[in-house]
Design a protein around this ligand. Structure first.
Ligand code: DAH
Length: 341
């Protein structure tokens, strides 16, 4: 039995020597020191030994147990140290390296344009009026002088919701009615920025989601001259002090008369190029004198009050300012595009 104990010690230590992984130490422990280990078997069998033999075997068995336990502890410490050393070797930390730069956010190019527009109109006494993106059919069309089945509704094909008569607004113009109903009979000078939606064939020039900035002035003796002066000055402040503008007669159901404003093409300087489709002019907004029916829907008597309104597309304006050729870049969330502004 003494021999057997020596063999147990030898085998166990040899096995421990070959163990290089921390997890395997558990297995070694239960195999060599656990209840079912050969060593524990010896302790059990000792009961049958003679009185003379028992102390000798017992002494050695205890020695072997202590030796194995000590060896295990040593091995554990050694493996731990090795793991630490290897992580120190592989994960070197150089505290003298410069820190990682924090990537800084920036404003979306359209937000930048919007803020420039706000600033210009603020100087001219226009307040920002926020208006909802989900609208009723009445506000988007009817109160803007487009009764049900009016053919002009086709120009603003929209997204419908499950709820009858509730739609996503196709332009910021319904905000005119909200502002008038809130402020009447006081005079109004507001701009109404925000997101619009259209059921639209998406192309380089048209998106199903885009922003607009509407403008509305209502009061006494407001004339087309006020409209022209305000918008011409706006264009000069936004683009260039001596940019040339022109007004072209147009039609919108909610204004009478109506006009579109063009600015001289600053790519070709009016010579004619592919951006301005050889006309020398770029359209930037629609405008006109508020239609009497719209004033009435807003709560103003058209015999007493008059007003002008306009609507522009900040994406289009941003495209002109930065010579961007595809409107789809704006809401595609591609950082390669957004990081350029
Ligand atoms: N709502 C028009 C559109 O989305 C733009 C517009 C034109 C707005 C003339 C106006 C206006 O206020 O007077 O195409």
């Amino acid at each position: 039995m003494l021999k057997q104990l020596e063999q147990i010690r030898k085998d166990a230590l040899a096995e421990l020597e070959n163990t290089q992984i921390q997890d395997e130490l558990h297995q070694w422990r239960s195999k060599n020191l656990g209840n079912k280990s050969p060593l524990m078997g010896v302790f059990t069998e000792m009961r049958d030994l003679s009185k003379e033999e028992r102390p000798k075997v017992g002494k050695l068995a205890n020695e072997v147990r202590q030796a194995l336990e000590a060896a295990l502890e040593q091995k554990q410490a050694a493996l731990k140290l090795a793991a630490l050393q290897s992580s120190l070797d592989t994960e070197k930390l150089d505290v003298t390296l410069p820190g990682r730069t924090i990537s800084r956010g920036r404003l979306h190019p359209v937000t930048q344009t919007l803020r420039r527009i706000y600033a210009i109109f603020a100087e001219m006494g226009f307040q920002v009026y926020r208006s909802r993106e989900v609208e009723s059919d009445d506000y988007n069309f009817t109160f803007l002088n487009m009764p049900a089945h009016h053919p002009a509704r086709d120009m603003w094909d929209t997204f419908y919701t499950d709820k009858e008569g509730v739609i996503l607004r196709t332009h910021t113009s319904p905000g005119q009615i909200h502002a008038m109903r809130e402020y009447h009979p006081d005079p109004i000078r507001v701009i109404l920025p925000g997101m619009c939606f259209r059921y639209e064939q998406v192309s380089t020039r048209a998106e199903m989601q885009f922003t607009q900035v509407e403008g509305l002035a209502v009061g006494y003796n407001i004339t087309f001259g006020d409209l022209k002066g305000t918008l011409t000055d706006f264009a000069r402040r936004l683009f260039d002090a001596d940019v040339r503008t022109r007004f072209r007669a147009s039609h919108f159901p909610f204004t009478e008369p109506s006009a579109e404003m063009d600015v001289e093409c600053f790519i070709c300087g009016g010579e004619g190029c592919s951006v301005c489709k050889q006309t020398g002019w770029l359209e930037i907004l629609g405008s006109g004198m508020v239609h009497p029916n719209v004033l009435r829907y807003g709560g103003y008597d058209p015999e007493e009050y008059s007003g002008y309104a306009f609507g522009m597309g900040p994406e289009r304006i941003t495209m002109l300012l930065h010579q961007i050729e595809d409107i789809r870049y704006f809401w595609r969330n591609d950082l390669r595009f957004l990081e350029q502004f």
